[in-house]
Ligand binder design. Structure first.
Ligand SMILES: [Zn+2]
Length: 677
């Protein structure tokens, strides 16, 4: 329980805590007319459904109905109680807090003063580190900053850099003996650690360059230390505390925010020294995360200062940096897809990081690179093509499926078209006619993928495992009954089962097709179907898939390799299925086809419902518009409109009926086989 707050304080908080300020600290808000919109954090939102009105000081989600003032938002978002939120907002807005007299008042005052004490001890430590850098012990460290990092004394001062000497407890002694701080405050500040919980204490930072980390108010909340003698870890941070939460801070944000606002863009790099180096060269809109992956919260913090939400990532060019960039792209994907942020990525291929780049280039060069950084989708597309020899079929297939997956996420068809054309040109390697063909083909695949994603929701969870089992059976028969392979392929074709639902089955099936293609050439199945050649038939069933498949997967798709074991070395259950393979197979195939029909049924029912509603709405609005005309006219109109409504219903009914009929046919087929075996 928090303290009872005086109504005067609550009133002042309500007046001063602006709703746009409060909400945009947690989610990205974009201006739209007089209001702001953002992705709602209270339901699984895919497009911005939340509106925030600065005039009314009110937020509202059109999708889930969440709404209220800034206090309500924070209560729900941070799951805190009323008084905690009011206190937090009061502190942020420099409002004098008055509490009602009571027993909690003392506790609250204590908590407040403890935070103040923490700020104070960190400030004292910062000054001590600074003085160490400037005395004889810090000579080497200072030299490192001046000559190896090319920093001047102005920037060293601006960033308040310091030095922790190579001693066990110099700082601890200073804080406890000279400044007379209590032990528990020294340990909770993270500056000293007690040895095995004894009364022996040693300094956390030893023989390290010290970089203070400030909050937005410019107060030191933690330190980062870089080792100077190769000691691991290279970078060491203060532990989290009441005033320091790593995932909520950005390094140098308090210095960068003004320029971010002025230039309308923020640059995020990986290390402290990259930031310091950039600031020293006048690129003062740069920040870094604190040894953790950049998260959504930090991105929204940055977005508060840029109207057009321009964020540029310039991570290290090693593998770790690449992975970090990919992680950020994924983390904020829904924001990027909905144009809530404008994310760009700069990769300095030949240089390790911005610091190294600036050693041999001017700040202007770097700014130019920033201006020309790739938009995130272009960057992802580059990543897909990177180092892939497209003349190899498996590379080509892989690139296509990654592209389809990426492009199908784009919500706007005009953007999709733009990128479809772009990648098709790239795939065709300059051959215009091919490009057109690729584009058409990709467009169909993307369409299929989007549809597939949507119809997933018509699938029920219990069906999925059952379906996986059925699909595995097909693979099993295909491998172990070579004489049934033609039969299986024909049945799949006849039943229009052109894809499997389970991902690893899909991979295995594709591998089988590729192996067959490698042995018999392209279009081998058409050749087999259209000729009576015994030889071709024999060659087809002679392919030793049981030995070729594991090798192929080992080379091309090692993750699915362990999935193949059950098919190669079947257990008892699978072996019993070999007794009457053809009958079992027909049953399994009917089941798989049945899923498809069921899904279509559910889909039809849903479309029918929504279509009916839409038509009804239409009818009503026409009737209202025409209500002035003569009654006999509108009677006739009502009749006509309802005829329309019914004809739609009949259409859906028919389709639904056909599908149901087919399902009962499949059931008969399945059970008939069951009895026959
Ligand atoms: Zn919502």
């Amino acid at each position: 329980m928090g303290p009872s707050i005086h109504p005067r304080t609550i009133q002042e908080v309500k007046e001063k805590a602006d709703i746009v300020d409060v909400i945009s600290e947690h989610i990205v808000l974009k201006k739209k007319g007089k209001e702001f919109v953002g992705i709602c954090p209270f339901h699984d939102d895919t497009k911005p459904s939340m509106t925030v009105s600065p005039n009314k000081q009110f937020y509202y989600c059109f999708s889930c109905g969440a709404g209220g003032n800034s206090i309500k938002f924070l209560m729900e978002f941070t799951r805190s109680n009323f008084s905690d939120v009011v206190l937090l907002l009061a502190k942020k807005n420099n409002i004098n807090i008055e509490t009602l007299e009571g027993p909690q008042q003392d506790a609250y005052k204590k908590q407040l003063s403890r935070r103040e004490e923490l700020y104070k001890i960190l400030r004292v430590a910062k000054n001590w580190f600074k003085s160490q850098l400037n005395n004889s012990l810090g000579k080497e460290a200072l030299n490192y900053l001046l000559s190896q990092r090319n920093l001047n004394s102005k920037i060293i001062n601006d960033f308040e850099l310091g030095f922790a000497p190579n001693s066990w407890n110099d700082l601890f002694n200073y804080l406890s003996k000279v400044e007379k701080y209590p032990l528990n405050l020294i340990t909770s500040s993270g500056l000293a650690i007690s040895k095995d919980n004894s009364d022996k204490f040693y300094d956390r930072f030893r023989n390290r360059l010290i970089v203070p980390i400030h909050d937005m108010q410019g107060r030191v909340v933690a330190f980062g230390g870089r080792s100077l003698d190769g000691q691991e870890p290279k970078y060491l941070n203060s532990p989290e505390s009441e005033i320091f939460e790593k995932g909520r801070m950005l390094f140098a944000f308090e210095k960068a925010s003004n320029t971010i606002r002025k230039l309308d863009k923020a640059v995020v790099v990986e290390g402290y020294f990259d930031v310091i180096s950039l600031h020293s060269k006048g690129i003062t809109n740069s920040v870094a995360s604190l040894g953790t992956a950049l998260n959504k919260y930090q991105i929204s913090q940055l977005c508060r200062f840029t109207d057009n939400k321009n964020i540029i990532l310039n991570f290290d060019s090693d593998n770790a940096g690449l992975l970090a960039a990919k992680r950020v792209v994924k983390e904020v994907e829904s924001l990027s897809l909905n144009d809530q942020i404008n994310l760009k990525i700069l990769q300095l291929k030949k240089f390790k990081d911005p610091d190294e780049y600036l050693n041999s280039h001017t700040p202007k060069d770097y700014s130019n690179l920033l201006d020309n950084a790739s938009f995130w989708i272009d960057w992802e597309i580059d990543q897909i093509f990177e180092n892939k020899d497209l003349t190899k079929s498996e590379n080509f297939q892989n690139v296509i499926s990654l592209l389809v997956k990426l492009l199908s996420k784009l919500p706007q068809s005009s953007t999709r078209t733009h990128y479809l054309q772009k990648v098709s040109e790239r795939l065709s390697m300059g051959q215009a006619r091919l490009a057109i063909q690729f584009e058409q083909d990709l467009r169909n695949q993307v369409k299929g993928f989007r549809w597939h994603g949507r119809s997933k929701k018509f699938e029920q969870p219990s069906e999925i495992s059952q379906r996986e089992k059925n699909e595995s059976e097909i693979i099993f028969y295909y491998l172990h009954c070579p004489n049934l392979r033609i039969f299986i392929r024909n049945e799949l074709l006849k039943r229009e089962i052109d894809d499997f639902n389970t991902e690893y089955i899909r991979i295995i099936w594709k591998a089988i097709s590729t192996i067959e293609e490698n042995n018999l050439g392209l279009n081998y199945f058409n050749k087999i179907k259209n000729s009576d050649s015994q030889k071709l038939n024999k060659d087809f069933s002679d392919i030793n898939l049981i030995s070729l498949l594991p090798d192929y997967l080992a080379q091309n798709n090692s993750e699915s390799l362990n999935k193949i074991n059950i098919f190669i070395n079947p257990n008892e259950l699978f072996l019993t299925m070999l007794k009457s393979p053809k009958h079992n197979l027909l049953g399994t195939l009917s089941l798989i086809e049945r899923y498809k029909s069921l899904k279509r049924c559910r889909h039809l029912i849903e479309s029918w419902g929504s279509q009916r509603l839409k038509t009804l709405e239409n009818c009503i609005s026409i009737l209202i518009d025409n209500s002035i005309s003569s009654p006999s006219d509108s009677n006739r109109e009502i009749d006509d409109l309802f005829k329309d409504l019914n004809s739609d219903a009949i259409k859906f009914q028919e389709l639904y009926y056909l599908e149901r009929q087919h399902i009962s046919f499949l059931d008969k087929q399945r059970c008939g086989n069951f009895i026959a075996s």
